[in-house]
Design a protein around this ligand. Sequence first.
Ligand code: MCN
Ligand code: CUM
Length: 807
Amino acid sequence: MNVQTPPSAEERVEKLQGLGSSRKRVEDARFTQGKGNYVDDIKLPGMLFGDFVRSPYGHARIKSINKDAALALPGVVAVLTAEDLKPLNLHYMPTLAGDVQAVLADEKVLFQNQEVAFVVAEDRYIAADAVDLVEVDYEELPALTDAFKAMDADAPLLREDIKDKMEGAHGPRKHHNHIFHWEEGDEAGASKALADAEVTVEELITYQRVHPCPLETCGCVASMDKINGKLTLWGTFQAPHAVRTVASLITNIPEHNIRVISPDIGGGFGNKVGVYPGYICSAVASIVTGVPIKWVEDRIENLTATAFARDYHMTGKLAATKDGKITGLHCHVLADHGAFDACADPTKFPAGFFHICTGSYDIPVAYVGVDGVYTNKAPGGVAYRCSFRVTEAAYMIERMIDILALKLEMDPVELRMKNFIRKEQFPYASALGWEYDSGDYHTAMQKALDSVSHQALRDEQAQNRAAFDRGETRKLMGIGVAHFTEIVGAGPVKNCDILGLGMFDSCEIRIHPTGSAIARLGTISQGQGHATTFAQILASEIGIPAEDITLEEGDTDTAPYGLGTYGSRSTPVAGAATAMAGRKIRAKAQMIAAYLLEVHEDDLEWDIDRFQVKGNPEAHKTMKEIAFASYNQAIPGLEPGLEAVSYYDPPNMTYPFGAYICVVDVDVDTGVTDVRSFYALDDCGTRINPMIIEGQVHGGLTEALAIAMGQDISYDEIGNVQGGSLMDFFLPTAVETPVWQTDHTTTPSPHHPIGAKGVGESPNVGGVPALSNAVIDAFAHKGLTHSQMPHDHWRVWKTAQSLGLTG
Ligand code: MCN
Ligand code: CUM
């Protein structure tokens, strides 16, 4: 007889591929074989194509538009201008920041490549040809591209449409180019700390305008079915449900008649949070023509007209004692929002979570004030692994700490260690109003220092500097340290909403009779691997192997309402909803098991993938057996089936953190900076899938390298955008990318059901200051306190030259 031994506990755990397993990405079989289904893969019968006529000017009045030649081209179906949208009241659309944005330019253009007319044609080539045939007569106006001049008395009036609007979303407007003033903290207290301080430092720290530049550009297919009145919208949406609600509000199509689908998305990085004119124009064109319309941007359109990132001018001031105890922080930000305030922040926070800028430090008093201004640049603002402006906040404080260390002649690590929030201070109430959930910064920093042999590096640097001075080398070594504190997982509904929609998230689970399952979430993966990792959370909660769980996101007709994926919120919020919905399944499963085993529920205990009778593990029912019973037995007092849904409103955000150390070698004669090594320790609480986390960190660090070392979307005085194509905009390849060394500590979140914190944006938050600090540190002994990013070869060479170091 063949007696099979039952699988051991370890084997059963292994089979689940639950929490902590480096399960391979289930998405990749599709992606690596060209079987993804992106927006541009959607082809519907009779589909037409849209393309935009865009402004060549940064600021100009539109005197006339002549469509005749374009309409005469065979294959052209329509040319829409603002005049056509006005009767529908759709020539402006609401932005996520309480402003309005022109869908098609109304009398004026306000940034280069702004949408002026929408051509609809039988194929995209005809549409492109017709774009060239639309004649627009412009009268050029003086452009405003320097945010520091936006509120000058003689600054040009940009937004004529709101010139009489005295109130911004957050208080009175001070000037016709002023958007908002927003502040947090104790200004008098911070000023007093500075006035009383033994040592102070001050610096203007600019985080340049950059762009997330996802591989797939933005696009959509709009299909209005005139027979049943249903509008279906496939698009590059990071928040499909919110798009559905906004679409219903602005078109008056009832929400149940709108179906929004985010298919596979080829990278979002925040670029796909906003609503763009292309979506509206495609929907309008489809409603009017009754046929499907596709619109997909090209690379230049994406880089120059969709959500940019950063463009923050931050004046930081730190007060400290002579021995390096920080006593206060004061920061003012001039925020360049471009021509329309289309910043995608939770509505109450026009500067996002910038007020996490006290960072990892126990700073007794702090103040931030932010003024947003209009300029003749593309709108947007929050994108690019930013955690709602945490990137800017971390950059400011981590640069200021290095500047203070220099003034105090103290090692920047020692200064950090001295001011870190201590482990026993958590939960920690920051001076700017946040409650940090958990952290152990000293342990993380020490592990980082030991891993890279920090002291040996400093010794080597001292030798390098001496050798440089003796003329034996032309390279300077720089060591950059950063310790960041992130804030991710918006939520709580009481603090965070988008246009009134509270930022909860959701998961709905349905167990099938044979013991497999489908889970649907309100979030949407853009490459983060949700289908892999959220099944893992569930596997550990309900004892069904991850491979037997289908995960679905992005279709508003089937997924429960959620606020989408950005701000690294999926794990903190939808991940929590997944665990909670799983627990509801388990609670019902327990009742079923009790009935089947003829015991009281309290006599059962959960064990990996089953309920067993306490003290008698042989008497058990596996989740698979319970699933079948739920469909097959009439259990008194219970409905058939096994389903659950959770809408999760997190009690707080999560505060991941990390310690990064970077070593660079700068060639002073060429400005070429070689990243010799980069060590990144991340603590994101309980780790669901270590391999996916590592992938997230590698991607985020590569984007940090891109920003710190080369990316820049700048404008000349007349409003021409520079860096608007990949000829000028730096996108690192494997050639420029160094080897990333990753590490971790694990400090669970006390309020998240499985203790997990987000991680998707952390490497960008910490990576940029570490790289920037390293480059500046290379010159610190020659008197350099700060230099402007990006640290491209030219700028670094100019720095060397200004310090008298070039040959
Ligand atoms: N994860 C984990 N354990 C944790 C935390 C996260 O295993 N403790 C896993 C998650 O389960 C998920 C991934 O790591 O599979 C990222 O999770 P999370 O930090 O919750 O972030 P989101 O899923 O909400 O993704 C958003 C975040 C943002 S805001 C940007 S911007 C960014 C980023 O993700 N855009 C990306 N990483 C990206 N990665 C890819 N490939 N493409 C993008 O567009
Ligand atoms: Cu701020 S970029 Mo991400 O939040 O999608």
